[in-house]
Design a protein around this ligand. Structure first.
Ligand SMILES: [Mn+2]
Length: 237
């Protein structure tokens, strides 16, 4: 399977550092977005370590196997980040979300921890294939919050899982058949909180993916880009 890919990462308009990291390895059919946290450059270190560990995964794996190897690699990074956080006088969390995608043998597999998302576009429709590990998502699941009120919730940025956040890292995976023409979008919350699914679909429906990537980034910047913004677009040829 061949792929067309477009990748963007931008510091945004409010932050001093870009703590997001992105990975695009079409030869390995492997892509990822990681959103680091921890302040004072710790977030940069965390997301870079996540992406680096994933970049070392082997070639030619079936997506299911690759996702399994990714989870093992992320488990190692989890421990590394916990150890790093304990090095200073004050213990702190040095963590990162991750959303990754592996495609091959007519299949895809996504793995993730935190609120970075994956969407899939197929037959003119878009679906979010990941489920945020976030406080507001838990509230929605418990019917204590309406989905349309999630964005304005005061704790909308609180995530319940991240690489480096707890001794035991749980990574979820989801997958299925990958068809020619399928488009996958992996994004940090700097994209997904500023641009709706429908707007992502509209951009990709009407434009080649490089132009769509420019248009999506421009839209986030127009809206003030309060956070780092990173995304990967992958189209199965
Ligand atoms: Mn973010």
């Amino acid at each position: 399977m061949g792929f067309d890919c477009a990748i963007r990462t931008h510091v945004g308009l409010k932050r001093k550092l870009n703590e997001d990291s992105v990975l695009g390895l079409p030869d390995k059919a492997l892509w990822a977005v990681a959103d680091g946290m921890g302040g004072h450059e710790a977030g940069e270190v965390a997301s870079a370590k996540v992406v680096e560990a994933l970049s070392e995964l082997p070639d030619g794996q079936h997506p299911e196997q690759q996702a399994g190897l990714a989870v093992k690699a992320l488990t190692r990074v989890n421990q590394e980040l916990i150890d790093l956080g304990h090095e200073g006088i004050e213990h702190k969390t040095i963590g990162s979300t991750v959303v990754g995608l592996s495609i091959g043998d007519g299949q895809y597999r996504c793995f993730w921890a935190g609120d970075s998302r994956a969407y899939r576009i197929r037959d003119g429709g878009i679906v979010q294939i990941t489920r945020d590990h976030s406080l507001v998502q838990d509230l929605i699941a418990a019917k204590m919050l309406e989905p349309e009120d999630a964005e304005s919730h005061p704790n909308a940025n609180v995530i319940t899982r991240a690489v480096g956040a707890a001794e035991e890292l749980k990574v979820d995976t989801v997958g299925g058949v990958a068809f020619h023409g399928d488009i996958f979008v992996l994004g940090s919350d700097g994209l997904t909180r500023l641009v709706s699914q429908i707007e992502i679909l509209a951009a990709l429906y009407s434009k080649p993916i490089e132009d769509a990537a420019d248009a999506l980034l421009a839209k986030v910047l127009e809206r003030g880009a309060p956070d780092n913004v990173s995304f990967v677009i992958v189209r199965v040829q």
